[in-house]
Design a protein around this ligand. Structure first.
Ligand SMILES: [Zn+2]
Ligand SMILES: [Zn+2]
Ligand SMILES: [Zn+2]
Ligand SMILES: [Zn+2]
Length: 324
């Protein structure tokens, strides 16, 4: 059983044995497999350097989860992750990524003439098959992706965590709400439930200059988390809304209407409508270049006894769900 892939994976690649430490230039890498030898062994070298390594009957071998030291999967030159095309030097079998081909620096001075890297079609194939768990597995992503695609997946993964603005906690938006609002916890933020497509009215006390006030709004329908952020700069209050999530590209699109209603006698309402609500991975880090804020004049405040109030009306709608 097994055929060539099993032999290769068990005995000749960095997957099972690892490479010697990067500092030791004297020890050859066990990843010493070259394309001509592979071709001689019966595997088919395809155009573009790819190699078909399935057994004669097309059998496959399932690799179980295995802990591979990161260093084994890294380029000997730049220490970045290896992904096809993978290069190998002919002298000490150092491996290099596509960006680092050319002359082998670890071998410099060891031979009379420069040692150069050549593309290793076998390693290309192996790395094409090698899958890793998403780095956000602990935050709920069940994907395992080809090693070469791991960075691209992580950059777009919907499970990329949000961060607590006050400590080192990281988690999904729902976890972050639990963390921030835990009664016995250290933050004790408040959160209010909202329903999409419905107006919600909130009353806030007038802020002091430079003071910030924040409310978490949590949608019952899909646990979507939003941050209503009010910041006073000199005489103006600024009201902004953001969706608390790390990767907007992977989730639904939300639209919003944020209005401030002035005293009834004046009948003034100022409103900011947003077709695509901006996202923030850390609630409070709203940079006004990225987030539209509604400026509110002092005459929009409601007089109440000795103090003044801001009356805010928020309606958030889910306009588009992006299927996974
Ligand atoms: Zn490199
Ligand atoms: Zn070398
Ligand atoms: Zn993921
Ligand atoms: Zn925290």
């Amino acid at each position: 059983m097994g055929g060539k892939r099993k032999n290769a994976v068990d005995g000749k690649t960095p997957l099972s044995k690892g490479r010697p430490g990067r500092k030791s230039v004297a020890a050859p890498s066990p990843a010493a497999v070259d394309a001509p030898a592979l071709a001689a062994s019966g595997a088919k070298v395809l155009a573009g350097g790819a190699v078909a390594v399935a057994g004669p009957e097309g059998e496959v071998v399932k690799l179980l989860d295995s802990d591979v030291p990161k260093a084994v999967l890294r380029c000997d030159e730049c220490h970045g992750p290896l992904k096809p095309p993978v290069y190998q030097c002919s002298r000490m079998h150092h491996v290099a990524c596509g960006d680092c081909g050319g002359e082998c620096r670890p071998c410099a001075g060891l031979a009379a003439s420069a040692v150069v890297y050549v593309q290793n079609a076998y390693l290309d194939t192996l790395f094409g098959y090698t899958k890793v768990a998403c780095p956000y597995k602990k935050h709920g992503c069940a994907s395992s992706v080809a090693y070469r695609d791991a960075a691209a997946h992580a950059a777009a993964c919907a499970c990329a965590p949000c961060s607590c603005p006050e400590c080192l906690f990281e988690g999904s938006p729902a976890d972050l709400v639990r963390h921030l609002t835990e009664e016995s916890g250290r933050h004790a933020w408040g959160a209010r439930k909202i329903t999409y497509g419905t107006d919600h009215r909130y009353v806030f006390d007038e802020l002091d200059s430079e003071e910030i006030c924040e409310e978490l709004l949590v949608a019952e329908e899909d646990d979507g988390v939003f941050l209503l952020h009010i910041h006073r700069v000199e005489l103006y209050h600024h009201v902004a809304l953001a969706c608390v999530r790390n990767k907007a590209a992977a989730g639904p699109v939300y639209s919003s209407s944020v209005a401030v209603e002035g005293p009834p006698a004046k009948g003034l309402v100022v409103k900011l409508e947003t077709k695509v609500v901006a996202s923030c991975p850390v609630p409070t880090e709203l940079v006004y270049d990225d987030y539209e804020a509604l400026p509110v004049l002092p005459r929009m405040l409601h007089e109440r006894d000795e103090s003044r109030e801001l009356h805010v009306r928020v309606c958030i709608s889910k306009t588009q769900s992006i299927s996974e």
